[in-house]
Design a protein around this ligand. Structure first.
Ligand code: NAP
Length: 302
């Protein structure tokens, strides 16, 4: 199998030694000058996708594929697979737990109090007093939901299709879930339906003094609406990892907003050590003429 590696963000020098070791019979190339069977891509150089007409599989190196799908050069009829990387899934759940606990245990307030040398204890809540609502009940949302449930939180999760997972209340009605939610975690793919899903109407349904944790894509949140809900005191805090414009410009007012904690799109990074075995599985499926795992549903957009 001839395999292209094309990314402006993922470093070939990290990936290729692991890939070559795992697939010693196969050939890896960095240029699209000759036909390839499989293309491994994440933010590929401009024009790359348009040259992949005959490939058997475009394997994303990321879990989110909205940028790939929006590329006008993406060849029609070529299957695209998302990468489900167990290391990245675990990292994302750790980020979710870190933010939920930061809010639940008032640590964001104690950091602000420390800056003012203020000794003031806040009311303690039990995990069972809080409901965490997760937007997206897929690979990431599902893992985070199970781990939050294990800590004793009430957990609700929103998806297009209803699900049966022990200890997690499944919702397909967003409004109904938001009305019982204290901490809202966004782990949705960015699609036509989910862009701007967190706006003044939906944020207003979250229970008072709750928090919003967006680890999915910047386009999910209408930032002006979020800031209004923080300024009014309806929401206590927001944890934002992703932005429409990344890197977030130094001049952006969000950096200084006391109700906002910012991380640099670092909630979960692809981990080559755990991702390579998943890529190998799909390459082997291509070799055997079988359908690869985790193919994108082009109609749904994820
Ligand atoms: P996934 O397995 O495809 O799960 C997506 C979930 O969202 C599914 O439960 C799906 O419902 C639900 N959904 C999609 N459209 C919906 C809609 N219109 N209404 C209600 N629910 C909807 O995706 P994943 O692997 O968990 O990844 C989710 C996203 O996380 C990625 O697309 C990416 O943007 C983001 N991400 C961010 C980082 C970071 O570092 N910040 C890292 C990795 C990924 P069904 O179950 O009914 O299909």
């Amino acid at each position: 199998v001839r395999i292209l590696f094309a990314s402006e963000t993922e470093k070939a020098e990290f990936w290729l030694p692991l890939l070559r070791e795992a697939l010693p019979r196969d050939e890896f190339v960095l240029e699209t000058d000759a036909p390839v069977d499989v293309a491994l891509v994440a933010t590929p150089p401009a024009g790359t996708l348009a040259r992949l007409k005959g490939v058997k599989l475009i394997q994303s190196l990321w879990m989110g594929v909205e940028r790939l799908l929006a590329d006008p050069g993406l060849p029609k009829g070529v299957p695209v697979a998302r990468l489900i990387d167990p290391g990245m899934v675990a990292a994302m759940s750790e980020s979710v737990l870190a933010h939920v606990l930061d809010w639940h245990r008032h640590h964001y307030r104690y950091r602000a109090q420390q800056a003012e040398r203020q000794w003031r204890r806040r009311k303690q809540y039990l995990a069972g007093d809080r409901t965490v609502g997760i937007l997206g009940f897929g690979e990431l949302g599902g893992d985070a939901a199970r781990k939050l449930h294990a800590l004793g939180f009430n957990v609700a999760a929103f998806s297009r299709r209803p699900k049966q997972v022990a200890g997690v209340q499944s919702f397909t009605d967003l409004n109904a879930m938001l009305r019982i939610t204290d901490a809202l975690v966004c782990l949705l793919p960015l699609t036509r339906e989910t862009r701007g899903i967190l706006n003044s109407r939906t944020l207003g349904l979250i229970r008072p003094h709750g928090c919003v944790i967006n680890l999915a894509r910047g386009g999910h949140v209408v930032i002006a609406d979020l800031v209004r809900e923080l300024d009014s005191g309806h929401l206590a805090h927001a944890y934002l990892d992703v932005f429409d414009n990344e890197p977030l410009p130094a001049s952006d007012l969000l950096w200084k907003h006391p109700g906002v904690s910012i991380t640099p799109h670092s909630a979960a990074l692809t981990e080559p050590r755990t991702a390579v075995p998943k890529i190998v599985e799909n390459v082997e499926r291509v070799r055997r003429g079988e359908t690869p795992h985790h193919l994108v549903d082009f109609e749904a957009g994820y």
